[in-house]
Ligand binder design. Structure first.
Ligand code: ABN
Length: 172
């Protein structure tokens, strides 16, 4: 310990000889002022805002009544860490799907909506919806929504369902 004390004393003496008292005081002053200002500097917190936005879907999009879900049978990906049209991280969209037709009350048009299941994660279990507009019985598989569309994927486990707009329906 004595050797350490001696070495420290020697170092302090050397620095005291080479660094003037004024410059040492000005350095300490800068450190104190810098430390006090640091918390009020304008940090970019937009990353946090995006993260919060991602986990809280638009109220409409988390409700089975949202017009795009008129023929969706499954768990809403907007309640499972994804969005109305994108799978949550770690899940991939089904290669096959069924396409329904829903009426958008805002612009009065009918839209073709692809209901892709998101695959490769265990069932989400949140926001279960059962929309059946235009659905036909199960023996007509292509127009039936109560089917696990992950069946053609390598990972066939069903997680949730997205609603992707694929076009405007022809007028009758
Ligand atoms: N298309 C949704 C779904 C997945 C698994 C079983 C039934 C329905």
């Amino acid at each position: 310990m004595a050797a350490f004390d001696r070495a420290a004393e020697l170092a302090f003496r050397r620095s005291a000889q080479s660094i003037g008292r004024r410059s040492a005081l000005s350095g300490i002053g800068k450190l104190l002022v810098g430390g006090a200002l640091l918390p009020v500097l304008p940090f970019d917190r937009s990353g946090q805002a995006h993260a919060q936005g991602a986990s809280k879907p638009d109220a409409n999009e988390a409700s089975c009544d949202y017009w795009r879900y008129c023929a969706l049978d499954g768990f809403l990906c907007s309640c499972c860490g994804g969005s109305v049209s994108s799978c949550p991280p770690g899940a991939e969209p089904s290669k096959v799907t069924w396409v329904g037709t829903c009426h958008n009350p805002v612009d009065g048009k009918d839209y073709l909506v692809s209901y892709n299941d998101c695959c490769g994660k265990t069932t989400c279990g949140r926001c279960l919806c059962n929309g059946n507009v235009g659905e036909r019985p199960g023996y007509r598989m292509g127009v039936h929504n109560d089917i696990n569309w992950c069946m053609a994927n390598t990972q066939s486990m069903y997680h949730c369902t997205v609603s992707v707009l694929v076009g405007v329906a022809d007028k009758k």
